[in-house]
Write a protein that binds this ligand. Structure first.
Ligand SMILES: Cc1cc2nc3c(=O)[nH]c(=O)nc-3n(C[C@H](O)[C@H](O)[C@H](O)COP(=O)(O)O)c2cc1C
Length: 218
């Protein structure tokens, strides 16, 4: 039987589920704001305590402090936004009206980079790239939840050419940027995923299959 100090109370449990439900991907931030250094450090520590395959911890965080660099990154994202609209075809106009990043106005901008492969075999012999990526995503999700618990918004931006972003950030050739994270105070959190609110796409119901893949439930 687990001792009391180790177990969570009903109230603590409810808080965790509330944070999970209230987390949103945010693109609207209050401009001219900051995040106190200790809060940023707390959130990054939460990210760094994420699980990872074979304890590989393949994530690296780069804090973008230089304003000029932030503008260069924003320009890179903008060119990918235009390329995405083109690739979408008939929904291009609708897509162009959607705010897909808050890079210029968010309080803090972080880049998450997959470190050069350290050759970890434990747990990733059959799916080395996927397991490294999944591990880094776990760290990002921890950060997302920590940000929400700190009443700060976070937005994951993936609209960029990873090679070009890697060059802007001086990354080694074997490293791969996977995320730009916009963080900061927001006026309010979207009540539902913004893509649902804008009728871009509706989220799916939870699916749980039994024993076998079954098409009827997907
Ligand atoms: C891997 C990943 C990449 C994403 N990239 C972007 C992005 O470039 N721009 C954007 O507006 N949202 C991006 N999102 C946010 C998703 O659109 C969002 O998570 C989804 O619509 C559900 O909304 P919610 O996070 O508020 O629940 C990304 C999310 C993930 C997990």
């Amino acid at each position: 039987m687990m001792n009391e100090a180790e177990s969570f109370s009903e109230q603590e449990r409810a808080t965790l589920y509330r944070v999970v439900q209230a987390r949103r991907d945010m693109r609207h931030f209050l401009p001219a704001t900051t995040i106190p250094a200790d809060v940023l450090h707390r959130m990054l520590a939460a990210a760094h305590s994420a699980p990872s395959v074979g304890l590989m911890q393949p994530w690296r965080f780069i804090r973008i402090a230089d304003t000029n660099l932030r503008h260069q990154i924003a320009a890179l994202v903008e060119s990918e936004r235009l390329a995405t609209a083109q690739a979408l075809g008939e929904r291009d106009d609708e897509f162009m009206r959607i705010k897909v990043e808050g890079l210029r106005e968010c309080a803090e901008l972080l880049a998450v980079v997959l470190a050069p492969d350290d050759g970890t075999v434990f747990g990733r012999r059959t799916m080395p790239q996927e397991m490294a990526l999944c591990s880094a995503a776990c760290a990002i999700q921890n950060l997302w939840l920590a940000a929400r618990a700190e009443n700060l918004g976070m937005g994951w931006v993936s609209l960029f050419d990873p090679v070009k972003l890697g060059q802007l950030l001086g990354c080694p050739i074997e490293a791969k940027p996977i995320a730009l994270l916009c963080l900061g105070p927001v006026k309010e959190f979207y009540a539902r995923p913004m893509l649902e609110q804008l009728n871009w796409r509706q989220g799916r119901q939870l699916v749980l299959m039994r024993d076998q893949w079954s098409e009827g439930t997907c």
